[in-house]
Design a protein around this ligand. Structure first.
Ligand code: HEC
Length: 126
């Protein structure tokens, strides 16, 4: 016959283990989301210019809603934004920021595609 005390004693290590598994799982999923950005691949046959024209041009050529303008002579619009680092700028483009919609409404774009678009936008604004 199991005494109450023995049941409790045998439950304690399990609860401890459960807590460990939960925190371990949390650590893994946090890791996953970071790796997701790093492991994201360019879409096969990705064309930055064509995708820019299709998804980003509408706002970024005119500067609609305060979008940093793209094109020769607009380097200043990008210098201040790039000060926070390429990664932060790409993260904003992926997640959206203020009136900038997530992924610039390019729903088929991977994170790597967005990073390539940002590079394209910055380099064509020199
Ligand atoms: C509906 C209009 C709109 C579209 C479409 C759009 N953007 Fe934007 N974007 C904005 C606006 C507005 C901002 C300025 C947001 C702010 O900083 O307040 C912005 C800012 C940005 C920034 C700067 C982020 C930063 O950290 O300063 C990047 C990079 C960017 N957009 C990339 C893209 C890309 C890539 C696309 C196409 C895939 C795209 N945008 C499509 C409106 C748009």
């Amino acid at each position: 016959m199991l005494s109450i005390k023995r049941v409790i004693m045998s439950a304690i290590p399990k609860v401890g283990l459960f807590g460990l598994v939960v925190s371990f799982a949390t650590a893994i999923s946090a890791d996953d989301s970071q790796q997701h950005v790093q492991l994201a691949q360019l879409t096969e046959g990705f064309d930055a210019e064509a995708t820019y024209m299709m998804s980003c041009f509408a706002c970024h050529s005119t500067g609609a809603a305060g979008a940093p303008k793209v094109g020769a002579g607009n380097a200043d619009a990008w210098t201040s934004r790039m000060e926070k680092g390429m990664e932060a700028v790409v993260t904003n483009a992926v997640n959206g920021v203020n009136s900038m919609p997530a992924k610039g409404l390019c729903f088929t774009c991977t994170d790597a595609d967005i990073a390539a678009l940002v590079e394209y936008m910055v380099s064509s604004s020199q």
